[in-house]
Design a protein around this ligand. Sequence first.
Ligand SMILES: *Cc1c(COP(=O)(O)O)cnc(C)c1O
Length: 241
Amino acid sequence: MEWLSDEERYSAIEENMKFIRSEIAEAALKSGRDFNDIVLMAVTKTVESKFINHAINNGINFIGENKVQEFLSKESELNLVDCNAHLIGHLQSNKARKIVGKVETIQSVDSVSIAKEIGKRSTDIGFHTKILLEVNVGNEYSKFGFDYDEVYEKACEISEISGISIDGLMCVAPICEKETEIRSVFSNMHRLFIDIRDKKRDNINMNVLSMGMSADFKEAILEGANLVRIGSSIFGARVYR
Ligand SMILES: *Cc1c(COP(=O)(O)O)cnc(C)c1O
C-alpha cells in the first residue's frame, strides 16, 4: 500500500480490520466458539508507528513484533496503554536483556537455554514474563521451534525456571497447497495443546494457542487457535527498505 496516501492507508487499515473481524467471527461460529474468545493480534514488522497506532485506536489490543531492535525503536511512539506487545520472532540470548520487561509475552521460545536466559533477566528486574513454546511443525519451512515429540518434556524442564511461566503454544505453519494439509498441521497442534493442558502440571498453563496468519487464520481457528497473528492482511504487503 506504499502508493497510497496516509489517509487512504488509514482507511484501508480500518476496512481490512472490519473484514478480518467478520472472517474471524464466521470461523469462530463454525468451530462452536465465541468471536470474543479469539484474539486478533496485529503483526507490525516493517509497519510505521502511526499506522500501528491507527490499528490500536481501532480496537487492536495485541501487537506482535519479530525483532527486538525494531520493537525498541518504535516503542516510545506507540500507544500501548491498552495494548499488549508480544515478541513473536526468534530471540537470540544476547538480546534477551533488552526485551525482558518490555513485552508481556515472548511467543517464540524455542530452546531451554533461551527460556533460562529470559527467566534470569526477568528475575533480575523483578518482572514476570509469560512465554509460549514454539513448535516446529514443518521442518523445511520453519527452522525454529521444538520438535512436536519433545514439547512436553521440554515444557517440564522449563516449568522449573523462575521468572517465567508457560502460557501456551505457538507455531508458524508451512505453506500448504491443500487445505486438508494445513488443517492437519493445526489439528495436531491443538491435540498437543489439549494433551499438555490435561496433564495439569504446575507452571504450565495452556491458555494461548497462537497459530494462523493472513493466509491461513480461518483454518487455524477452525482447528482451535485462540490467537491469530495477522500482518499483511491488515497493513498491506510489507515493504522492506
Ligand atoms: C510476519 C509474521 C506473521 C504475519 O504474517 P502475515 O502473513 O503478514 O499475516 C505472523 N507470525 C509471525 C511469526 C510472523 O513473522
